[in-house]
Design a binder for this molecule. Structure first.
Ligand SMILES: *Cc1c(COP(=O)(O)O)cnc(C)c1O
Length: 415
């Protein structure tokens, strides 16, 4: 569900014409819908209302400060995976008692920063990381609150690159030996055990792996209790999918209706870490057709490349791509490609679509998650501008990068 719709054959972002936005701000252009972001956050909030909970937005999906600020205003916290993300969460004034920190490779510097910021908890992924956090907490004369990230070994049935809860994935500690790791954590003086965490993968469209993983965690929570380890937080991770094409992902309400009854007799606060499902359908990437060309294959060459939106190249991900103005035109089978000097630079391949004209605008739908956040300067292309639409108003939330900023920090070495 989102607020990008056609009116009189022209695509609108809420009440503003996308064509007008592209004229004003240039292309490629990320457009976010405020109303959609609020709607998606409130879907989680309403669904969880009956249970103590914290909704920690997974920053890596889209760390734009304006987006963080919207979720903070609605009561959200943050799920971070780096010191840089903590810096952003801090800049958006997200309360530190609503910040959880995951990731297999936290550096000593990042751990110290997070300890000084007094975040809610570290989601710890190994014994060595526990020892490192303990050592740094001792130096600072603090106690570090931790959860162990448990790898439940379930298949989330998603793309292998975004599956994280299988035993061959690098994430978490194996569920079979979790008790021993908790017992080890309990021996560390500057560690306070407060929770348990799982995150099995992303773009999950079937709830059964989610439920299976949770069942395994609940058994473990029982076992921990029998061994004198009582937890305050159960962090169920993120991962709910969105509609890119024909998927019918479960809603937050469907997810919560499945899992709340399982948790009802627990005296625990639930943490959920949605990323994609909050921001994915709240953003589009608008691009202009530079050239069309036809040889053995028909190509539409646009001004957005894999540096702006990496998902098609990286995961062969499907994004619906729509002309910003509907016109009568023939259907063709074509590739939409970017200007980057790589054959892997495409937005779609061999897709049946209305033929595009030189100079017209297209909208790549569902680009709000893992779009701008994965963008790069490859081919020395400045990163796209990002704007927020709210009703009939629009605001720039990230300036288009300049050529000057491309060389910031670089020196011309003359030997
Ligand atoms: C990426 C990530 C998320 C968010 O995943 P989505 O699929 O975008 O909801 C949540 N938790 C952790 C630990 C993550 O790494």
């Amino acid at each position: 569900m989102h607020y990008f719709n056609y009116k009189n054959d022209k695509l609108y972002a809420e009440e503003v014409s996308v064509e007008e936005l592209a004229e004003t701000y240039g292309t490629p252009l990320y457009i976010y819908s405020h109303r959609t972001l609020v709607r998606h956050f409130n879907a989680y909030k309403d669904a969880f209302a009956k249970f103590p909970h914290i909704i920690c937005f997974a920053l890596k999906a889209n760390p734009n400060l304006s987006i963080l600020n919207i979720f903070r205003q609605l009561g959200g916290g943050a799920d971070i995976v780096s010191g840089g993300e903590l810096f952003r969460a801090d800049k958006a004034h997200i309360p530190h008692e609503k910040i959880v920190y995951a990731g297999v490779g936290k550096t000593p510097k990042e751990i110290e920063y997070a300890l000084k910021k007094d975040i809610l908890m570290f989601n710890v992924e190994s014994d060595q990381e526990l020892e490192m956090i303990n050592k740094i907490a001792q130096k600072l004369n603090l106690k570090a609150r931790i959860a162990l990230r448990v790898n439940p070994d379930v298949d989330p049935m998603t793309h292998p690159y975004i599956s994280t809860g299988l035993k061959e994935n690098k994430f978490g500690i194996p569920i079979e030996s979790a008790l021993e790791h908790y017992q080890f954590a309990a021996t560390l003086k500057n560690i306070e055990i407060v929770g348990i965490h799982k995150h099995i993968g992303s773009q999950i469209t079937d709830l059964s792996p989610y439920v299976n993983a949770l069942e395994r965690l609940l058994l473990l929570i029982e076992k921990l209790k029998e061994n004198g380890i009582n937890l305050k937080y159960l962090d169920i991770g993120g991962g709910l999918g969105i509609q890119y094409n024909e998927e019918t992902p479960p809603t937050p309400a469907e997810l919560i209706n499945k899992i709340l009854p399982m948790c009802n007799n627990l005296d625990i606060t639930l943490i959920v870490e949605p990323g994609r499902s909050l921001v994915g359908n709240a953003g589009i990437l608008v691009s202009r057709v530079l050239y069309t060309k036809k040889g053995a294959q028909e190509f539409f060459i646009v001004d957005a490349g894999m540096n702006d939106l990496m998902r098609p190249s990286l995961y062969k991900a499907y994004h619906s791509i729509l002309p910003v103005a509907i016109k009568k035109r023939p259907l063709v089978i074509a590739d939409i490609v970017g200007p980057i000097c790589e054959s892997g630079d495409f937005l779609c391949k061999k897709r049946k679509m209305p033929a595009l004209f030189q100079g017209e605008l297209i909208a790549v739908m569902s680009a709000g998650a893992y779009g701008a956040s994965m963008s790069s300067n490859y081919n020395s292309r400045p990163m796209a501008a990002e704007i927020m639409v709210d009703g009939n108003k629009h605001y720039i939330v990230k300036e288009r990068q300049t050529w000057d900023s491309l060389i910031l920090g670089e020196n011309v070495l003359t030997l």
